[in-house]
Design a protein around this ligand. Sequence first.
Ligand code: NAD
Length: 256
Amino acid sequence: PLSGKTAVITGSNSGIGLGVAREVAKAGADVVLNSFTDREEDHALAAEMAKEFSVKVTYIAADMSKAEDCRRLITDAGTCDILINNAGIQHVAPIDEFPTEKWDAIIAINLSSAFHTTAVALPMMRAAGWGRVINIASAHGLTASPFKSAYIAAKHGIVGMSKTVALETAQEPITCNAICPGYVLTPLVEAQIPDTMKEYDMSREDVIKNVMLTRQPSKEFATVEQLGGTAVFLASDAAAQITGTTISVDGGWTAL
Ligand code: NAD
């Protein structure tokens, strides 16, 4: 259903970004992968995906903490029918001890990057007569937890910006929405399980249910495939009138 479209996904050489990129490629879109590194394996990943899904896949190195890089990513992509702003980092500390450089980096990567990419992509979408902006926010774009001030400010910010972009494009064949994942099983999260098992002397199942997923009523992780499927849905014709809103993929977290 997405053949002939090009999707640019920021922060997509691992985790959710990569999972979303794979689902979008599976649906037939050409894909531009991105991260700040420029390693052989990043370009090899693009080549493998191209082969697996028979679509065009390129990798463009660009640092989403830098305004010029964000804008160059879209310019270098050449076309951008589907923009998926996913790059994100986290830092956990009480606000009176929160390092200023961490605050600045989180706001830059998790929020401002989407401003810059969207600003360059929208004119391309208008020229093409179709477009989708999909921002990967978080349950923390709708609700808060202590010690994550920068992350929560950035994620609430990107939910707000998604609504503004939706209003600015409301009478055009362009939509903008935010996906709000709960806890997602990425390699990063998976890697924390063995240590936590040791620390609490708990089984894998108990660590997942009673430590990691305390706030996720389903007691199951969301998967990167489910997030990819949600992005493909938002890019579909069925979602043409869905704009300026959030879709939670959080096992009931924000219903609590
Ligand atoms: P991850 O660390 O696996 O992936 C983050 C991606 O961003 C990587 O590809 C990384 O290379 C890239 N990245 C980091 N800094 C960058 C920079 N300066 N420039 C370009 N790329 C950069 O993490 P993830 O869990 O896949 O997170 C992806 C997004 O999903 C983030 O925005 C995160 O906030 C959000 N999210 C994750 C969860 C979860 O439980 N994992 C839950 C809700 C929201």
